[in-house]
Design a protein around this ligand. Structure first.
Ligand code: CAA
Length: 402
C-alpha cells in the first residue's frame, strides 16, 4: 500500500502544476507524488476534516495512513527507512494535506521538519538509528519543544533548565504550545544549561515519552487546527541520558534555528494549501450561486476577488518552491524560508477572509468549510515564528548577511 510504489498517474483535480507558469516544471516524480497525495487527501482526509475540527479529535487513522503510505520519512535517505525525496516534494505533500485537512498537515510537518529533520542533520549515526528509523516508519511521532510560558519569540531567553550530572541531564521547567503534545513519542527539547550564556548555553535533547518526571500540563482549546493537540509539557527532575543530546552543549540554539528554517517552508506550504482549498470551494460556489438573475461568478466584484486570490496563491507557492530549491541545493535558505512563510501566511489569511465573503452568510456557518479554513489560516501567521519575527529575520539577512 506504499504510496511511492503505488502512485496513481491520473487525476482530474486542479494541480499546482497547472497553475504554474510553463517555465517551472515539476519532475515526473514530483507530479506523481502530488497526484497521489492529492487523491488520498481528498478521498480519505477531506470528508472527515469537519468532524475532526468539531470534536477536537486527533486523527490517529490519518497518521496511520500516512505511515502505511511511506510518507513519514519522505525526505530522508532510504538507509533510514525514508523515501529519499527532495524538499520541493515535501512542500507539495504538505500543501495537498492542508488543502484537505489543516490538522493533518500540521501533525505531519511537526513530525517531519521539526523533529525528524534535526535528528537527521545533527544526530550521530547511533541517534539516527535509534530515533530516526522508527520515525521514518511512522512507528514513533515527533514533537518540537522550544517555546515556554515566558518566551515565544525570544528563544534565547529559555528558562527550562538542563543541568548535567554525570552521564545525564536533569531537566526542570516547562514548555508551551507543543504541537502533537499529547500523542508524540519523541520530544526535541531545547533547554538552558546556564541562563547567563543566553543562546550559547542551550542544548537540544531528545526526550522520550514515559521518562519519569515528564508530564503534561494544560491542553489548549484553540481557534483552529483543532484536531492537533497543543499542550504544555512539564519536567520535574526528569533524567535524560547525555546520549540523547544532538550536537554539544551550546548547540541548542543553532539546532532550533536551522530546524525552524526548514519548518517555515512547511508552514508556507500549509498556508498555500489552506488558501487553495478555500479558493476551490469559493470558485465552485460562485459558479452555482445565483443572484440578480445570474451566477455570482459573472459579477465583476466576485471575479476580482477570485482573480486576486489566484495570483497571490501562485506567488506564495512559487516562493515556497524557491525556498525549497535553495534547501535542496544545500544553500543557506533562512531568508527565502522566512519570506515564503511571511507572504504565504498573510496571503492565506487575506484569501480565506475573502472566501468567507464570497459565501456570504453561508460562509459564516459550519455548513461549508471556508470558516474552518479562515480559523486554520490564522495560526500560520503565528507559529514557527510570528510574521513580525519573519520580518526581523529577513531584515537581519539583508543587513547582516545572516
Ligand atoms: N541558522 C543558523 N544560525 C543562526 C540562525 C539560522 N537560521 N539564526 C541565528 N543563528 C545564529 C546567529 O548567527 C548567531 O550566531 P553567533 O552566536 O555565532 O553570533 C546566533 O545564532 C544568535 O543569533 P541572533 O543574535 O540573531 O539571535 P537572537 O536572540 O537575536 O534571536 C530570532 C533571533 C530570529 C528572534 C530567533 O530567536 C527566532 O527565530 N525567534 C522565533 C522563534 C520561533 O520561531 N518560535 C516558534 C516556536 S516553534 C512552534 O511554533 C511550536 C510548534 O510546535 C509548531
Amino acid at each position: 500500500m506504499g504510496v511511492l510504489s503505488n502512485m496513481v498517474t491520473t487525476s482530474n483535480m486542479v494541480t499546482a502544476l497547472e497553475l504554474l507558469p510553463t517555465s517551472f516544471a515539476f519532475t515526473e516524480e514530483q507530479v506523481l507524488i502530488q497526484e497521489t497525495v492529492a487523491d488520498m487527501a481528498q478521498k480519505e482526509f477531506a470528508p472527515k476534516a469537519h468532524e475532526i475540527d468539531k470534536n477536537h479529535r486527533f486523527p490517529r487513522e490519518n497518521w496511520d495512513l500516512l505511515a502505511q503510505s511511506d510518507l513519514c520519512g519522505l525526505v530522508f535517505p532510504e538507509q533510514y527507512g525514508g523515501a529519499g525525496m527532495d524538499a520541493v516534494s515535501y512542500a507539495i505533500v504538505v500543501e495537498e494535506l492542508a488543502k484537505a485537512c489543516a490538522t493533518t498537515s500540521v501533525l505531519y510537518s511537526a513530525h517531519v521538519s521539526l523533529t525528524a529533520k534535526p535528528i537527521y542533520i545533527f544526530g550521530s549515526e547511533e541517534q539516527r538509528q535509534k530515533f530516526l528509523v522508527p520515525m521514518c516508519k511512522g512507528e514513533k511521532l515527533g514533537a518540537f519543544a522550544l517555546s515556554e510560558p515566558g518566551s515565544g519569540s525570544d528563544s534565547a531567553s529559555a528558562r527550562c533548565m538542563a543541568i548535567k550530572s554525570g552521564d545525564e541531564f536533569i531537566l526542570n521547567g516547562s514548555k508551551n504550545w507543543i504541537t502533537n503534545g499529547i500523542e508524540a513519542d519523541y520530544y526535541l527539547v531545547i533547554a538552558q544549561t546556564d541562563p547567563k550564556l543566553r543562546h550559547k548555553g542551550l542544548v537540544a535533547l531528545v526526550v522520550e515519552k514515559g521518562t519519569p518526571g515528564f508530564s503534561f500540563g494544560k491542553l489548549e482549546d484553540k481557534l483552529g487546527i483543532k484536531g492537533s493537540s497543543t499542550c504544555q509539557i512539564i519536567f520535574e527532575d526528569c533524567k535524560v541520558p547525555v546520549g540523547n543530546m544532538l550536537g554539544g552543549i551550546g548547540d541548542g540554539f543553532k539546532v532550533a534555528m536551522v530546524t525552524l528554517d526548514g519548518g517555515r517552508i512547511g508552514i508556507a506550504a500549509q498556508a498555500c494549501g489552506i488558501a487553495q482549498g478555500a479558493w476551490d470551494h469559493a470558485s465552485k460556489y460562485a459558479k452555482e450561486r445565483v443572484a440578480f438573475g445570474k451566477t455570482i461568478n459573472q459579477l465583476q466584484a466576485i471575479q476580482f476577488m477570485l482573480a486576486e486570490m489566484a495570483a497571490e496563491i501562485d506567488t506564495a507557492r512559487l516562493m515556497t518552491y524557491h525556498a525549497s530549491v535553495a534547501q535542496d541545493r544545500g544553500e543557506r535558505f533562512t531568508r527565502e524560508a522566512a519570506q515564503a512563510k511571511l507572504y504565504a501566511s498573510e496571503m492565506a489569511m487575506r484569501s480565506t477572509v475573502k472566501c468567507v465573503q464570497i459565501f456570504g452568510g453561508y460562509g459564516y456557518v459550519t455548513d461549508y468549510p471556508v470558516e474552518r479554513a479562515m480559523r486554520d489560516a490564522k495560526i500560520t501567521e503565528i507559529y514557527e515564528g510570528t510574521s513580525e519575527i519573519q520580518r526581523l529575520v529577513i531584515a537581519n539577512s539583508i543587513l547582516k548577511g545572516n
